[in-house]
Write a protein that binds this ligand. Structure first.
Ligand code: CA
Length: 235
């Protein structure tokens, strides 16, 4: 599980409000967001959404436009009228330019046309949250391991890990693919820019060292024979 988190550890989980009346889509989006490490509240109509927004603090909203009881666009307008600046991504099947402009005018930060890929939704959500929180949100975490891509630092709890430049690079590659398999050749490829070149054996050495340094961090690098490496939170 990878999370966008603030500079300091332990990383707090960001809370997202999902407003979607379609059960199948709502469930798929909710699961994907949860798996990505966010906390999610799911409401299915515009009135419920306004209740949630006035009673709880959210880091972002995913808002369908065609909603029972109150239109998404109205929910959005009311939210902005109250001065709330949290990022809102509009999810809609309406693809006329007029609708898009209406949504953006009402205060949407981004737009996704249905059907959309969950990966794209997550990428846009992370990008918006990073922007909303400035560079302080350049950190991702797996288990208790936090990696700050701006400072180029990895830490576990309060302790900064002593990693060589190449170990950091390998860790960053794995973190960018966290939860998915990274082929050994892909790492060799990424490290090819280093002056003396790096072979597969060298990658194995870096992985071996990283594993030792990650002991007790709650993050582990698994080897999947013939496929590559997988960085994931220990269960
Ligand atoms: Ca709808």
């Amino acid at each position: 599980m990878v999370r966008v988190c603030p500079r300091y550890c332990p990383c707090h989980s960001m809370k997202i409000l999902l407003v979607e009346d379609d059960s199948t889509l709502g469930e798929a989006v909710m699961l994907a967001i949860r798996q990505a490490g966010f906390t999610v509240d799911w409401t299915r109509d515009g009135v419920q959404a306004e209740h949630a927004l006035s009673g709880f603090l959210y880091d972002a909203v995913l808002l369908d436009l065609g909603l029972p009881r109150r239109e998404g666009i109205e929910v959005l307008r009311n939210l902005r009228k109250r001065g709330a600046t949290l990022p809102v991504i509009v999810l809609t099947a309406r693809d006329s330019i007029e609708d898009r402009v209406r949504g953006l005018d009402a205060g949407a930060d981004d737009y996704l046309l249905k059907p959309f890929s969950l990966e794209e939704l997550l990428a846009r959500l992370r990008a918006l949250l990073r922007r909303a929180h400035g560079v302080a949100n350049s950190t991702v975490s797996v288990g208790r391991l936090c990696f700050d891509s701006v400072r180029r630092e990895a830490s576990v709890g309060e302790t900064r890990l002593a990693l060589s430049a190449r170990e950091l690079e390998v860790l960053e590659i794995l973190l960018n693919h966290a939860g998915r398999v990274t082929a050994k050749e892909a790492i060799v490829d990424r490290l090819a820019g280093w002056d003396d070149g790096v072979g597969e054996n060298a990658v194995e050495v870096y992985i071996h060292r990283l594993r030792r340094k990650l002991e007790g961090s709650g993050a582990a690098i698994r080897t999947l024979r013939g496929l590559g490496y997988l960085l994931e939170a220990e269960r």
